[in-house]
Design a protein around this ligand. Structure first.
Ligand code: ADP
Ligand code: MG
Length: 484
């Protein structure tokens, strides 16, 4: 111990952080070396050293400006992707020239542990070491302009069965050889919770891991918000350029763009520019291109021009395989009887199936008790009940309209008087609570209203229930009637 030394804690912490970075760094160096070969590695990369992390950016040092520029041009994106794969929070790499003691030197314990070349590992130096810096500039990881990829959603964790094997094969193919003719765009469609987002993230992660291309993934909603924000801040040119500079653009849940004409138009142009430049597009939606009424015809036509792959509802066999895989990964023993029971009872989608299993596993871990059929029925009684009887939005609308004595058509009418607006909000609230429909789907069933209207309705009903016990009782009563 270095007891009594002033500032010890800070130095110790900085060193601990540094040695964690070193472990990642030695792995990255090992990969780089394997990728580029020994000669190239020793020529350009060996002298690189790791600096501090600041939020989403890590600084790397090179001893000369020439080396810095070369590495930035040749390996900037790759370094970004490798760091991002090691530490997802890191999205950018800043390359700086650091004079003084060369940050790279031989020998470090962590290198031996990870099997990385010791020459690649810089010595543990305090993170805050003063360095002389010239012209800081940033090499960006392209995923930066989009949403991050969920590291759990990979091809390895995707369970393949009859209903999804075609979509899976197409996704794999695109990840292996983006922009192949016939697979561009790749259009994945299917119901909620069947694995569309999972497959898109898997494509993205695979490509980023391979470091071959820059990938941007975002929901159609996010695309729209970013586009609108760009218009507001008068930076549409920048937005367009950013999007058009990626190699692979993935837009999830395209049905969000229905009725959003300007955004559709922008997406159409981005789409064309990227495809014409030989870049890959991957799109998901809840319906096939031809069934997505409300999309502009020319966009619909182009979307159907590449590969269209649907994910069908799960089969009993697939549900069992998925449950088995997830149970094994969790390390908790779940008897086959319980898995079969779940696969019989929860047929809606994989998300719900997964949610039920997760709850069982959490329960088992928390109380240290084995999972049995009895505990399953007990722990999941609410989910099982909801799955026993699937309430539809139409039923909810009917019951709520009857209760408040309004016409069923007012559920989708444009009338705004409280007499009809309030029951309509309650029906939206109950649809959200009792069905697995998404907000946009619910909005559509209520006279093509926007999903933000549904969000507002849910909030408003919750507020009112708190303020007004009689109203709360009404809603509770309706809920119980619909559930039984
Ligand atoms: P979607 O985007 O089609 O609504 P998601 O991709 O979000 O559905 O999937 C919902 C959940 O179910 C995710 O946690 C996902 O990992 C899981 N999932 C879906 N299909 C599979 C599958 N075939 N194998 C493993 N997990 C799956
Ligand atoms: Mg999704």
């Amino acid at each position: 111990m270095t007891g009594g030394l002033e500032g010890y804690d800070e130095v110790a912490e900085a060193n601990a952080q540094k040695s964690i970075l070193d472990i990642h760094w030695s792995r990255i160096c090992a990969r780089l070396k394997a990728e580029v070969g020994e000669v190239e590695y020793n020529t350009w990369l060996r002298q690189m050293g790791v600096g501090p992390v600041d939020e989403d950016e890590i600084t790397l040092y090179l001893p000369t400006r020439f080396l810095r520029d070369w590495v930035r041009g040749q390996y900037g994106d790759r370094l970004g992707a490798l760091w991002h794969a090691e530490i997802p929070a890191i999205r950018r790499v800043e390359l700086q020239v650091a004079r003084g003691p060369s940050p790279a030197a031989d020998g470090d314990a962590s290198a031996a542990e990870t099997g990385a070349p010791s020459a690649a590992t810089p010595p543990a130096m305090p993170v805050m070491d003063a360095v002389v810096v010239e012209e800081p500039r940033t090499a960006e990881v392209r995923s930066d302009l989009a949403a991050p990829l969920d590291p759990r959603f990979t091809f390895d964790t995707f369970v393949v069965g009859k209903p999804n094997e075609f979509a899976y094969a197409c996704a794999r193919r695109v990840a292996e050889r983006p922009s192949s003719p016939g697979f561009n765009p790749l259009f994945l469609y299917g119901g909620v919770g069947l694995g569309k987002t999972h497959l898109m993230h898997a494509i993205g992660s695979e490509l980023v891991r391979e470091g071959r291309v820059s990938v941007a993934y975002m929901s159609a909603e996010k695309f729209m918000y970013r586009f609108i924000a760009a218009i507001r801040s008068q930076s549409t040119m920048e937005f367009k350029e950013q999007l058009r500079s990626v190699d692979v653009l993935m837009i999830d849940d395209l049905q969000f763009l229905i009725g959003k004409d300007n955004t559709q138009e922008e997406f159409f142009h981005t789409f064309n520019a990227l495809v014409d430049a030989g870049r890959q597009i991957v799109v998901s939606a809840d319906k096939s291109p031809s069934d997505l009424s409300g999309l502009e015809d020319r966009l619909r036509t182009r979307l159907g021009c590449g590969m269209v792959a649907d994910i069908h509802a799960t089969t009993f066999e697939l549900r069992i395989s998925i449950l088995e895989a997830k149970a094994t990964a969790s390390g908790v023993e779940v008897p086959a009887k319980v898995l079969e029971f779940l696969a019989h009872k929860i047929t809606s989608n994989v998300r719900e199936l997964e949610g039920a299993l997760n709850r069982l596993i959490a329960h088992a871990n928390l109380f240290g008790r084995p999972v049995t059929l009895e505990t399953t029925q007990d722990v999941l009684h609410d989910i099982l009940k909801a799955n026993n009887r699937r309430v539809t939005i139409e039923e909810i609308q009917r019951k709520v309209a009857e209760h408040w004595n309004i016409r069923l058509t007012d559920m989708s009418s444009a009338r705004r008087s409280t007499v009809v607006a309030r029951p309509r909000q309650v029906a939206m609230f109950l649809s959200k609570q009792l069905t697995s429909r998404s907000l946009p789907e619910i909005g559509r069933k209520f006279g093509n209203r926007d999903h933000t209207t549904v969000i507002y309705a849910v909030r408003r009903v919750m507020e009112l229930m708190e303020q007004d016990p009689a109203f709360a009782e009404d809603v509770e009563l309706l809920r119980r009637m619909l559930e039984s």
